[in-house]
Design a protein around this ligand. Structure first.
Ligand SMILES: Nc1ncnc2c1ncn2[C@@H]1O[C@H](COP(=O)(O)OP(=O)(O)O)[C@@H](O)[C@H]1O
Ligand SMILES: [Mg+2]
Length: 421
């Protein structure tokens, strides 16, 4: 029998893969792109320049500004979802995009709590979350009135903060006393920079509760970590936070999941916490994107925060957040100081430094951002997995040595590879 030729044209399934658009071309977008590749997704980024960290590695790049509506429309066009590697997109622009049908995650009414420290403090207070005592500063009188409410009045150390636009300690000023706080606040007022004042919390340490939430309402929490800052910049993260009582850790996770749900967060939410000297936990601030305190998850957890963020914004089921090792230490690589007196790192390329690092520490997990080395700039991070929590001191020391080596091209402990034969 002769085959009857089909009149139907064969149907070839089109290659439909989710397209995620991310505003910002920094290292967070770069590492999100890595996760997108594994999931068979496409990440498009809005970068300010072609040499930005994520733009270097992502073929689908829109060059433009995050405060330009047309540029935002261009990056969002045809995407399944629009999300962020930083929180600086004005919410009025995002609301326009939402009105035009763009799926913005997290939505602007949630994101504002990561943009505006005053809105955040007020909302957290209304939700019954513990926060440091604070007050908005519209005049020096406001500052004086706030200081009077504190126990130590004139002598109490205060923190003055820009309400918007700060990061990595920029926009945060520590004041010894009321006089110095007045000077700082006076400068903010003169510059028209909205500010708030807070009590300076006596810290035992800083913690971070990282969670993710999907539009379906699923939530997932990673182990609570300790973050170590130097000059307002995170330098190390220890996962899980050593010695944190199980009850406190669970309470912090529950709080973070509740805030994610109450604020309508979609994606990753970092809740930065202060542990006070008497063991209380206060919320410092919120970030609604992959966060520095979650970089350890790339090697130390079953699901990295970058993959989880993609899963959450695309409303997939979320991944397992368990730690792989009993302890993981993350160390940031911060650009070395330059100028007179500083040892020249230019003598040794980053590539050469990497060779030497691997020769000494084969277990180092390295993540470099492709960024130019400027003093204090986050140019990469390292993860070290430990098998024994009792060995944490040693693990932290090795992480610190490795990060310092990658930044400076000099082993801080005097190690000389040529003597190790
Ligand atoms: N009220 C406070 N008391 C004590 N330390 C503070 C206070 N506020 C901020 N800090 C310190 O400054 C760092 C940066 O402040 P934060 O508000 O988180 O600003 P940023 O937006 O730069 O991360 C914190 O991680 C903490 O070390
Ligand atoms: Mg912070």
């Amino acid at each position: 029998m002769m085959a009857v030729p089909s009149t139907r044209t064969p149907v070839v399934a089109p290659l439909v893969t989710p397209l995620v658009a991310m505003v910002g071309g920094g290292q967070l977008a770069r590492m999100t792109h890595q996760a997108a590749i594994a999931l068979g997704q496409t990440l498009r980024v809005l970068a300010t320049a072609a040499d930005e960290s994520a733009a270097q590695v992502t073929p689908d790049v829109v060059i433009g500004s995050h405060i330009d509506l047309e540029d935002l429309r261009r990056v969002a066009a045809g995407a399944d979802v629009l999300t962020f590697d930083h929180e600086h997109v004005p919410t009025d622009l995002l609301e326009k995009l939402v009105a035009e049908g763009v799926n913005v995650a997290p939505p602007p009414q949630a994101l504002v709590h990561a943009q505006d420290k005053l809105v955040m403090r007020r909302r957290l207070e209304a939700l019954g979350a513990p926060v440091p005592r604070y007050a908005p500063v519209d005049s020096i009188d406001d500052l004086d009135a706030f200081a009077r409410t504190l126990d130590a009045a004139d002598g109490a150390p205060l923190v003055v903060k820009a309400v918007r636009g700060g990061y990595d300690g920029r926009g945060v000023w520590m004041a010894r006393d009321l006089r110095q706080a007045r000077d700082i606040a006076g400068r903010c007022l003169a510059d028209g920079l909205p500010a708030l004042v807070e009590e300076r919390v006596t810290l035992r340490r800083e913690l971070s509760a990282l969670v993710a939430r999907s539009p379906f309402g699923q939530g997932a929490a990673w182990p609570v970590v300790q973050t170590v800052q130097r000059d307002g910049i995170c330098v190390q993260v220890i996962a899980p936070a050593p010695g944190l009582a199980g009850e406190s850790a669970a309470a912090a996770q529950r709080l973070a999941l509740r805030l994610a749900a109450e604020l309508g967060v979609v994606g990753v939410l970092a809740v930065e916490l202060f542990e006070t000297t008497d063991g209380a936990l206060l919320v410092n601030e919120l970030a609604m994107r992959p966060h520095n305190s979650g970089h350890w998850t790339m090697d130390g957890s079953r699901t990295s925060q970058f993959e989880q963020h993609l899963r959450a914004v695309l409303d997939y089921p979320l991944g397992d957040t368990d730690a792989i090792a009993p302890v993981t230490v993350m160390a940031n690589v911060l650009g070395a100081p330059r100028g007179p007196g500083a040892p020249a790192t230019a003598a040794m390329s980053m590539d050469e430094r990497l060779h030497h690092l691997f020769a000494r520490m084969p277990d180092a997990r390295v993540h470099l951002y492709g960024k130019a080395e400027r003093p204090g700039r986050k140019i990469g991070h390292l993860n070290f997995l430990g098998t024994d929590p009792a060995d944490l001191g040693n693990l932290r020391e090795r992480a610190e040595l490795a990060a310092h080596w990658l930044a400076h091209g000099r082993w801080a402990d005097g190690w000389d590879p040529h003597e190790q034969r």
